[in-house]
Design a protein around this ligand. Structure first.
Ligand code: PBG
Length: 331
């Protein structure tokens, strides 16, 4: 036995695993409610709940019910939400995105009034607001970069004016972080941070979200602006640029299949890294759990902890409310 490998039996890694207390004490990474951001979908009207069929447990909510859900989540221990808006009308220039009385702006104002302590982040994008479903302004079948920047900047500024605590651009146009930073600073919102979806991949994992946000592109796809799944070096370039442009927090999206990118960003830059545990990942877990094939609670908590281990500081997840409840039950 002594010669099985050098060090044995002096080194026995199982010693630290024997007792639960010690396992807890030597655990390197922890998941806490502070890490989680809960996405919410807001629709026009009153007293309306639209369940998203591919995301069991997630519904589009009118502002009144959104506030109820947010307050409920806050009471459970969720500290931050990210708001996605579905406007009553869509057009070529995404008017609803930067309308001071648009769906997101109204929702933010109402949320902050009802629950000032809740940290409210807004998704800044045009795709829910354009009639073609692309994240920028379109001309002759092309998604134009520079003309889109003004619209994105206006959108972010209008969110800040409505009371958003942080803005999160998810469009993937070049230069949008700089454009947004400039607009915020000019408007007197130099204190509002930008969480940039820096390494956002063109992914099939967004399928259910596009039902939830009614934002699927009418034609084509997002491959001319979102990143190619095969690329890793490019994620570094994207993120370095975003930081140079003024991003305060950088994000990797999707999550599960992109944990290597989370680790690379964490190791390369000194900034907080967020990860988006996207709709398709949520749908897979929910479907398998419904079938009784996996233990939902354990899978979710393991998954979220693994994001922390990969290097994420913040996790945007539809599981947030459940996860916080489970964490509290365990404590
Ligand atoms: C909008 C946006 C998307 C998601 C967040 N913001 C969809 C997309 O880029 O098509 C996806 C979120 C999810 O799948 O949970 N641009």
């Amino acid at each position: 036995m002594k010669d099985i490998y050098p060090g044995f039996p002096v080194q026995r890694l199982r010693r630290l695993r024997e007792k639960a207390v010690l396992r807890q004490m030597v655990r390197e990474n922890h998941l806490t409610p502070d890490d989680l951001i809960y996405p919410l979908f807001v629709i026009p009207g009153e007293n309306r709940t639209n369940p998203v069929s591919s995301m069991p447990g997630v519904s589009q909510l009118s502002i009144d019910l959104l506030v109820e859900e947010a307050i409920d989540a806050y009471k459970v221990g969720v500290k931050a939400v990210e708001v996605f808006g579905i406007p009553p009308h869509k057009d070529e220039v995404a008017s609803g995105a930067y309308d001071p009385n648009g769906i997101v702006q109204d929702a933010v104002r109402t949320l902050k009034k009802a629950c000032p302590e809740l940290y409210v982040i807004t998704d800044v994008c045009l795709c829910q607001f354009t009639n073609h479903g692309h994240c920028g302004i379109v001309e002759e079948g092309k998604i134009l970069n520079d003309p889109s920047l003004d619209y994105l900047a206006k959108t972010a500024l209008s969110h800040a004016e409505a009371g958003a605590d942080m803005v999160a651009p998810s469009d993937m146009m070049d230069g949008r972080v700089a454009a947004i930073r400039q607009a915020l600073d000019k408007g007197g919102y130099e204190h509002i941070p930008i969480m940039s979806y820096s390494a956002k991949y063109a992914s099939s994992f967004y399928g259910p979200f596009r039902e939830a946000a009614e934002s699927a592109p009418l034609w084509g796809d997002r491959r001319t602006y979102q990143m190619d799944a095969g690329n890793s070096e490019e994620a570094i370039r994207e993120t370095a640029l975003d930081i140079q442009e003024g991003a305060d927090i950088v994000m990797v999206k999707p999550g599960m299949a992109y944990m290597d990118i989370v680790r690379r960003l964490k190791d390369n830059f000194g900034l907080p890294v967020a990860v988006y545990n996207v709709s398709g990942e949520y749908a897979m877990v929910k479907a398998a759990a419904e079938k009784g094939w996996i233990n939902e609670q354990r899978i979710v908590l393991e998954l979220l902890l693994s994001f922390k281990r990969a290097g994420a500081d913040l996790i945007i997840t539809y599981h947030a409310k459940d996860a916080v409840r489970w964490l509290k039950e365990q404590a």
